[in-house]
Ligand binder design. Structure first.
Ligand code: DCP
Ligand code: MG
Ligand code: MG
Length: 551
């Protein structure tokens, strides 16, 4: 392989995080008594995973229940067929990792790739930063590449340690991490030391790592069908795949795939970390014994809705539609049929934070919609029999974001560099889901406040955002220094008051530093302002002060 190829590729810095015995850890949270007993998580007749205590008895993932019981007669079993708790925990982990990079790609429920190249650059700019690696190192470190990748990967190992610590402190989950210059190596090396450990691999050990896999079917990216196809031309081991002439592979696969497969055998993976979106829908279903009365339907839907609202709250987006699924049982034909109906919901029910979301008034409003949908599916005056009810929210708006709201306003005529850090927080965000909601997104509501003038909307949104923003403890919070748009530093002891052009009630709600900033900007520009009583003509350009100027 051309050595220059490796050199070009070494700039990339990727961390792969995999949670330890994921379903089992979630089950321990629900029932701490499981912590010290060997137990498996069961789906149908398979043990899909087990805690590490059970693994000491030889229990492996996806073992038949009967085999597992034979191996460990005391094995406790927990039903893991409802994936909702796993799913919601999985998204919490991804959200934490998104604090480190815009490029986070989910793989299954318990794995994430994070491209930390930018963060590594940032850390390396700090001359006081002490570079060293933490955790295990795979392979030998005597002939390391001199292109600078060694330092980058060491810094990434420190970042990985911090990520794992955060996941543990915030969510109580232990995890493993692999650190490498590409996704393939990061994923493979991640599993070299388990549980609750991390491993870094430098590019010189890529071949050694690949050869440690023995069989081609152990290479991530090579599925069952591909490995079976490879077997027809006698390719079983990693060396077989490395040594085969590409013309032979071309007989089985198109040239792109043939090259891709052979690259994998050398530990080469050019694929980028693709930013993962949020799920298209968030839903719950419960099968039930025959329900034949509307009252019971309402009770069941209330219970489902309350559970679903917790998931929506964790997701963070604002749902726009709700869908009801009903499975009807026909006693005559003894057959079942599923039907669904969908309706828009008032997004204002979801815009005021957790308290408003879960209050019984809001639950009741959504229930009225749901019972209306139910009556469209089922003729309630005739006898009916329901065996399953399901609810899902399926269209979403991103929750308005204080950073985005300000940054969008300030984007034009931007003169000051510091505000770009606000923009950068979302710069890779191209998905339509995550676009800032337009004022029209709020028009469905009957609330008086939802049809304000555009300027009022902005102020109201800002006020609402501010209140929610103040409640959250996120490292992504708009940093006060980012708002210091002009170089003049404010004196904390100076007397400040609300500039005449700004709504006083809005001003009072702003953080002190923003108040300072507005006041000093007003003082700087007041010679240019033409005052009319307590109104003011705007100065040119998108300044922080103009954002708050009353229309
Ligand atoms: N899982 C599944 N079916 C499989 C493999 C796994 O349903 N064939 C589920 C159960 C696991 C979860 O996915 O808890 C994550 O899969 P992992 O392979 O990462 O396994 P674990 O996280 O359980 O264990 P490990 O500590 O080895 O990562
Ligand atoms: Mg795992
Ligand atoms: Mg996994």
């Amino acid at each position: 392989m051309n050595p220059d190829y490796y050199k070009d590729e070494h700039y990339r810095t990727i961390i792969h995080v995999d949670l330890d015995c994921f379903y089992a850890q979630v089950e321990v949270m629900k029932n701490p008594e499981l912590k010290n007993v060997p137990f498996g998580v069961q789906q149908k007749n398979i043990v899909v995973t087990s805690n590490y205590l059970a693994r000491e008895f030889g229990i492996r993932k996806c073992m038949l229940l009967s085999d597992a019981k034979q191996m460990c007669p005391n094995l406790v079993l927990v039903n893991g067929e409802d994936l909702n708790d796993y799913r919601s925990m999985s998204y919490k982990v991804t959200s934490l990792l998104q604090k480190y990079s815009n490029s986070v790609e989910r793989l299954g429920l318990d794995e994430n790739f994070i491209d930390v190249a930018n963060l590594v650059d940032e850390k390396l700019q700090d001359n006081t930063f002490q570079v060293h690696s933490v955790g295990n190192i795979f392979g030998n470190i005597e002939t390391l590449c001199q292109c600078g990748c060694e330092v980058r990967l060491k810094v990434a190992s420190l970042i990985a340690e911090e990520m794992r610590k955060l996941i543990y402190e915030e969510l109580g989950l232990t995890s493993c991490a692999g650190i490498a210059h590409n996704k393939l190596l990061a994923k493979i090396v991640c599993s070299k030391h388990k549980p609750n450990q991390q491993t870094v691999i430098f590019p010189n050990s890529a071949l050694e790592l690949m050869l440690s896999l023995n069989s081609v079917e152990n290479i991530p990216g090579i599925g069952k069908a591909t490995s079976e196809a490879l077997r027809t031309i006698n390719i079983r081991t990693i060396q077989d795949l490395q040594n085969i002439a590409i013309s032979e592979l071309n007989k089985l696969f198109d040239s792109e795939k043939a090259k891709f497969l052979q690259n994998l055998s050398y530990g080469i993976d050019k694929s980028l970390v693709k930013r993962s979106g949020k799920p298209l829908s968030i839903g719950l279903e419960d099968s039930c014994k025959l329900i034949s009365a509307e009252k019971e339907v309402k009770e069941k839907l209330t219970e489902l809705l309350k559970r679903l609202l917790i998931l929506v709250e964790a997701d963070g987006r604002i749902p726009k539609t709700i869908k009801l699924t009903v499975r009807k049982f026909d006693k005559l034909t003894k057959t079942s049929r599923r039907e669904t109906r969908q309706s828009n919901i008032n997004p204002h029910l979801f815009t005021s934070g957790k308290v408003a979301l879960m209050n019984s008034g809001n639950v009741d409003k959504i229930l009225i919609t749901l019972m209306g949908l139910f009556r469209k599916i089922v003729q309630v005056r005739r006898p009916f029999h329901i065996t399953l009810l399901g609810l899902s929210f399926n269209k979403f708006n991103e929750r308005p974001d204080i950073r985005r709201s300000l940054a969008l306003f300030l984007r034009k005529d931007l003169e000051v560099q510091s505000i770009t850090s606000i923009e950068n927080l979302n710069s890779n965000d191209s998905s339509p889901e995550s676009a800032a909601p337009s004022p029209s997104s709020y028009r469905e509501s009957s609330d008086q406040e939802c049809e304000p003038t555009p300027k009022r909307t902005k102020l109201n949104m800002f006020k609402r955002n501010l209140m929610e923003y103040d409640k959250c403890e996120s490292p992504c919070k708009l940093r006060v220094q980012d708002l210091q748009l002009n170089s003049e530093k404010h004196d904390n002891n100076q007397n400040i008051s609300c500039p005449p052009s700004v709504d006083e009630s809005v001003f009072k709600e702003l953080p002190l530093d923003v108040q300072h900033e507005l006041w000093s900007e007003y003082k700087r520009t007041r010679n240019e302002l033409v005052n009319f009583g307590n109104r003011a003509k705007r100065v040119k350009g998108n300044t922080l002060l103009n954002y708050f100027v009353k229309k």
